[in-house]
Every structure is written in structure tokens, then in C-alpha cells.
Design a protein around this ligand. Structure first.
Ligand code: CP
Ligand code: NVA
Length: 305
């Protein structure tokens, strides 16, 4: 049984296998249009979503499967009934479950009791399906991830954590610039650093956006106020103000550097209109690759790849 909970659960070979499948699915969608015929996947979302919901919903449909969407207040995991019972029930109806939630432990708990694959569609800790699409995008546009210097500028959040996992597993040079108080979680950083010797990755943490951005091939940012952190908005806007991806910061990167953002963007906060709408931005290619990687994740976890 293959769940898809965090990238740290996978070897470089396994991640490459899913990425290769994503490329094939993108190139020849018709070949896979009946691959999951008769299946039905469930999408439990306890937070809002545009891309993840659409990628898995449309992705399932394009693979011949159906999809059911459960809105935030519908299932009430652990409130209306236990997470274990939700897993036991849904496993009798569905072929895979995508869960977007707050506490990462909820994804782990659901997986423990599900006899069908559980796919993490974002938790407070990690966002693995996003980062697969990001690596696919970098490799499509810039080439081998292992030859890249990527700079992540902003909050040491779920997206940053999954980037740390991906780079440390696959190899590549990732510089993370965050305010000191918003560094990525220590256990994720330590685990990532331990993997570097084996993968050849380089992981650097700094509180200087310009040090991270200098000579980078990829500049990546995410919102300063993640879903669920809205109450901290005022404090965060103040703390992060020097971490904006703007033309001045971008000018420090390589001339051909690409700009990435998982989206949604809070324009004028973590990124300026000029940069996100500029020539170097690949955010919509990145968004599109959410579809192809979602399809590959569904195929891979189903064992029908
Ligand atoms: N990037 C991403 O996960 O987008 P959504 O929150 O819209 O799904
Ligand atoms: N860090 C963001 C990512 C959104 C896709 C959040 O959790 O809201």
C-alpha cells in the first residue's frame, strides 16, 4: 500500500519515477485516459483550495476515475466521528483519499486506518504534491535539479519544508532566507542536512534574502500568511517586509533565473506585480504541472502505473 504523505518517505529513485510518469502523462494524456476507469477518489478539504482541488479532481476525471469533494465543514474529521472510523468507512467506498488539513498528524492517522492510498493535499507541516510539480517545472525549464541553485525567500512553512525534503533527497543547492523567528522547523532542517552527504545536496539557511538570491537559478516564494495564520497578519506583514521578491532582489539572481510561487499570491506582499507578471515568472507553468503530477501521484499510489 503506497500512501503519499511527505516526500521524506520516498527515495530519490521513487521521486524520479513519479516525476518521469508526470512527464509521460503530460506528453500523452490520451494513453492514460482509462487507466483508473471505474475508480472513485475522495477529496477531503478542511482548508480552501483552487489548484490542488482542481488538479486531483480533473486529474482523476482525465484518468477515467470519478471524484467526490467534501467541503471543509462536511466530514469534520475527529469531531463528527473519529479519523479512524472515517478511514475505515471511506476505504470501503473509494480507491484513494486526498486530504488537505491543518495538523499533519490527521493525515498520518487517516493513513493508519485507510486500506486505500491517502494523499496529503497540504498539511501545516508539508505540501508534497506541490513540490513535485515544482521540481518538474524546474527540470522542464532549467534542467537537472542537481545543478541548480534555488533560493526560497519568505516563511519557513509547509512549502519550504517540502522543498527542503525534495532538494536534500534529489540533490541540488537550496538557500532558504527567512526572518530568524520564521525559520523552517528544526527537525526538518536536521533531517534534510543529514541526507545531503548521500545526495550531494547543499542546504543553507540565512536571514539575508540577498545572500540567498545572489546568482540563483530559481527564486521561489510563498505567502507570508498561510491558511490558518490569519490572526498573525499584522505582525507577519511587519516582520516579512524585507523578504519581498521584487525587481531589486531578482536583479541579484542569474539573468536567466526563473521566478516561482506555489500560489495563491498575495500581490504586493511577498511578490510584486512586476515580478509575478514579468518575463522570468513561470508560476502558471508551475500551476499547470500540478495537474500532471497529481495524475502521476494517483497512478503511482494505485499501483496501476
Ligand atoms: N498551491 C496550492 O496548493 O494552491 P491551492 O491552495 O489553491 O490548492
Ligand atoms: N503556505 C501556504 C501554501 C498554500 C498553497 C499555506 O499553507 O497557506
Amino acid at each position: 500500500m503506497k500512501h503519499f504523505i511527505t516526500l521524506a518517505d520516498f527515495s530519490a529513485q521513487e521521486i524520479i519515477k513519479i516525476l518521469d510518469l508526470s512527464v509521460r502523462v503530460k506528453k500523452e494524456p490520451v494513453k492514460y485516459q482509462e487507466a483508473l476507469k471505474g475508480d472513485c477518489i475522495g477529496l477531503i478539504f478542511e482548508k480552501p483550495s483552487l489548484r490542488t482541488k482542481t488538479a486531483f479532481y480533473a486529474g482523476a476525471f482525465q484518468l477515467g476515475a470519478g471524484a467526490l469533494y467534501y467541503a471543509p465543514d462536511e466530514i469534520k474529521l475527529g469531531v463528527r466521528e473519529t479519523i479512524a472510523d472515517v478511514g475505515r468507512n471511506l476505504s470501503r467506498f473509494l480507491d484513494a483519499i486526498v486530504l488537505r488539513t491543518f495538523a499533519h498528524e490527521k493525515v498520518v492517522e487517516l493513513a493508519r486506518f485507510s486500506t486505500v492510498p491517502v494523499i496529503n493535499g497540504l498539511s501545516d507541516l508539508v505540501h508534497p504534491s506541490q513540490i513535485l510539480a515544482d521540481i518538474m517545472t524546474i527540470e522542464e525549464i532549467k534542467g537537472d535539479i542537481r545543478k541548480m541553485k534555488a533560493a526560497y525567500i519568505g516563511d519557513g512553512d509547509n512549502v519550504c519544508h517540502s522543498l527542503l525534503e525534495a532538494f536534500s533527497i534529489l540533490g541540488g543547492n537550496l538557500h532558504v532566507a527567512t526572518p530568524k523567528k520564521y525559520q523552517p522547523q528544526n527537525d526538518i532542517v536536521e533531517a534534510a542536512k543529514k541526507r545531503c552527504a548521500g545526495s550531494g545536496a547543499v542546504i543553507c539557511l540565512t536571514d539575508s534574502p540577498s545572500d540567498a538570491a545572489r546568482d540563483a537559478d530559481v527564486i521561489y516564494t510563498d505567502v507570508w500568511i498561510s491558511m490558518g495564520k490569519e490572526k498573525e497578519k499584522k505582525h507577519r506583514l511587519k516582520t516579512f517586509k524585507n523578504f519581498q521578491v521584487n525587481s531589486k532582489l531578482l536583479s541579484l539572481a542569474k539573468k536567466e533565473a526563473i521566478v516561482m510561487h506555489c500560489l495563491p499570491a498575495h500581490r504586493g506582499e511577498e511578490i510584486t506585480d512586476e515580478v509575478i507578471d514579468g518575463k522570468q515568472s513561470v508560476v502558471f507553468e508551475q500551476a499547470e504541472n500540478r495537474l500532471h503530477t497529481a495524475k502521476a501521484i494517483l497512478l503511482y499510489t494505485s499501483g496501476k502505473d
